[in-house]
Design a protein around this ligand. Structure first.
Ligand code: WTA
Length: 650
């Protein structure tokens, strides 16, 4: 199917699903008037939401908007860790499970709010002991173990800014992020578990920190002797030793200004250099806390199972700050969904009685491929709400999720958002909105979204254009770390004072929004954002490569897969071994998620007269729309002939 045909099929989706009466009646939000009142007075709406947090000092004004910079809850003082942990220990939630953790090998650990408070406070003392000050950056490179949220919350408690780097990133990628953030301290683990194998985090960290500002490395013991690590005298400190010697008294939370930075999280953009997205304390926390109550309808007895890794924004928001600030119980799983068998998620959901499940379309497509028998083996009657995030969900995957996981009982919230937005921006409120498979429906209350044409004019129903957010919102990114110019240009450069997320969208006749995917050179592989420029720079850093161009090609399970077109240096011959070597090279420079699915050698890359690579032509080649057999690419006349079919416009 051509993209146009795909779109036509999608937009003719006529199935609709209204919330069941039983769900509607118990929902946190049952009055549709909330949309209108939030639209009329967003500041009043957000100010009321902010009252759900505990403030050390009240804010004096709600929002100051000097595009592109917003400040929210000005003059207020609060602490994110206090809001996520301490305050719940003063209530009936003291002995409630905060984090239920399941290790891949089958071990498990439950931390109640009171236990979590003790762990976070000990870690806070340890960080202070190692010289970490308010405002310092701490890089965290950990597997999905409880020490990861504990480390984040300990940073928040003392006012340090954490920068979590996903454990699947390579040493080189970790190093780039440490240098950019100028971190003095790194928290890592000896190793992690993935499909029963050891992931050598400490070995990567050792390589990454050489000649960086890192002075101390805290090492969590996860795997033990099998990891076979050595501690670097004078630099490395064992987490377990620090915790054993830390004071057990409560650590007084650092009162932070509303606008003080809470964390950095790196994400891909259109250049080779990842951007450190900066989030503030009060705005972020208000946004994520609100979305737990609105989009996820969170109640005190919910068990929220979010399958995302904390190394990405979904894990930050919906495994740590969202559910914990709201006093919820989260289920956190360390490993792979197919280990030891393909029913691992369902086994976990059943074991802990998950009531809400939040996962990604790519996983759902994988489950579909594996077959419904893995789901059907388990009693999932505890589930009451399902969520999805990361990429557009194709209607068949939506229907499968609805039928087999939700047993036609659970509403589905398809949540569109980004690292930059902090929390869900377009998503149904599950007790109020009739859903259509494949559409994220409409913006959540308090968020002003539009779809505009090239000149910034709203498109009428039945048309597509650029998705934009027209008003500031509390959990919006504050800047790009160390590069405010890039922040300005990337997000506010096209339309004055209006946020450009970089996605295309279509508005249907009922006013529903259909996200169509990225409009820039960012690829979405299994819900992970990867910049084509990052992969290209990794490839050209290999001595055999003269030039490289990377495109995303549609892929049944991953959504998109990476295809790289590579021209080799003079005298270097192409071979299967070289393909393997180049793929491995990308894995070493970035991480496994950036491994090209295919590498095509070409005698030259198609370029415009001004020297720009004709990506549209490459995409057509990648999708097989232009020529069936890409091996002919090695012949320069083929590329010339193809170019002749295209105008010089890409
Ligand atoms: C895409 C992940 C369609 C989109 C939270 C966005 C989606 C990028 C959806 C952000 C969705 C995320 N429907 N597309 N429900 N959710 N996206 O920063 O292209 O890792 O711009 O944040 O993922 O990816 P990020």
């Amino acid at each position: 199917m051509s993209p146009k045909e795909q779109l036509d099929t999608l937009l003719h989706e006529s199935r609709t699903f209204s919330p069941a009466e039983s769900f509607r009646q118990q929902a946190n939000f049952q009055d549709e008037g909330i949309y209108e009142s939030a639209l009329q007075d967003p500041e009043a709406f957000w100010s009321a939401q902010a009252q759900e947090l505990t403030w050390f000092e009240d804010f004096e004004s709600v929002c100051n908007w000097e595009p592109p910079h917003a400040q929210w809850f000005i003059g207020g003082k609060l602490n994110a860790a206090y809001n996520c942990v301490d305050r719940h220990t003063l209530t009936h939630r003291k002995n409630k499970a905060a984090i239920i953790w399941e290790g891949e090998p089958g071990d498990s650990r439950v931390l109640t709010y009171d236990m979590l408070r003790r762990e976070v406070d000990k870690a806070a003392y340890a960080l202070r002991e190692l010289g970490v000050q308010k405002g310092d950056r701490v890089t965290i490179y950990l597997p999905m173990v409880p020490e990861l949220p504990i480390s984040m919350l300990a940073c928040a408690k003392i006012g340090a800014i954490h920068s979590v780097v996903f454990g699947g990133f390579s040493a080189q990628a970790l190093r780039d992020r440490i240098i950019d953030a100028d971190s003095k301290l790194l928290i890592t683990a000896d190793a992690g578990w993935r499909r029963g194998k050891i992931v050598p985090l400490k070995a990567n960290a050792d390589e990454a920190v050489v000649d960086t500002p890192i002075e101390k490395v805290i090492v969590v013991e996860r795997v033990g002797a099998e990891a076979g690590i050595t501690l670097h005298e004078g630099r490395d400190v064992r987490w377990q030793d620090l915790m054993a010697s830390a004071p057990t008294s409560p650590y007084p939370a650092e009162p932070m200004d509303s606008e003080d930075y809470l964390f950095l999280l790196y994400t891909s953009g259109t250049t080779g250099k990842p951007k450190g997205i900066v989030h503030s304390t009060a705005g972020y926390l208000t946004g994520v806390n609100t979305s737990m109550r609105t989009v996820f309808d969170l109640k005190d007895n919910d068990v929220f199972f979010c399958t995302a890794d904390i190394g990405w924004i979904t894990g930050h928001t919906y495994l740590v700050y969202g559910p914990l600030s709201a006093g919820g119980t989260v289920v956190m799983y360390e490993g792979s969904p197919d280990f030891p068998d393909r029913d691992r998620y369902w086994e976990i959901a059943e074991k802990y009685g998950a009531t809400i499940l939040y996962t990604a379309p790519t996983s759902i497509r994988m489950f579909m491929k594996w077959g419904s028998q893995y789901v059907e083996k388990h009693d999932l009657s505890s589930l009451r709400l399902l969520g999805t995030v990361g990429e557009p969900i194709n209607p068949e995957a939506w229907m499968w999720y609805h039928k087999y996981v939700g047993q036609e009982r659970c509403p589905i919230v398809d949540t569109w958002w980004q690292t930059e937005t902090g929390c869900a921006m377009i998503a149904p409120l599950p007790g109020l909105i009739t859903t259509k498979p494949g559409s994220a429906t409409r913006p959540v209350p308090g968020i002003a979204v539009d779809i505009v044409d090239e000149d910034g004019n709203s498109v009428p129903p039945g048309h597509g254009g650029y998705l934009v957010i027209t008003k500031p919102w509390p959990s919006m990114l504050r800047t790009v770390w160390g590069d405010d110019e890039r922040f300005r240009n990337t997000y506010f450069g096209k339309f004055e004072g209006i946020y450009l997320p970089g996605d295309g969208a279509h508005l249907d006749e009922d006013g529903y929004i259909w996200i169509l995917g990225r409009i820039d050179d960012v690829i979405n592989v299994s819900g992970h954002r990867i910049g084509t420029a990052e992969v290209e720079s990794a490839l050209v850093a290999h001595p055999a490569v003269a030039e490289a161009a990377v495109i995303g090609r549609s892929h049944e399970v991953k959504g998109q897969a990476i295809t790289a077109f590579v021209t080799l240096r003079e005298g270097i011959a192409s071979s299967d071994d070289l393909v393997t070597e180049l793929k491995q090279h990308v894995v070493e420079r970035i991480g496994a998620m950036a491994r090209p699915e295919e590498i095509l050698f070409t005698a030259e890359l198609p370029k415009t007269r001004s020297g720009k690579i004709m990506r549209r032509l490459l995409r057509d080649i990648g999708e097989g729309r232009v020529i069936g057999d890409t091996t002919t690419l090695a012949d320069p006349s083929v590329v010339e002939a193809l170019k002749a079919q295209y105008k010089d416009q890409d």
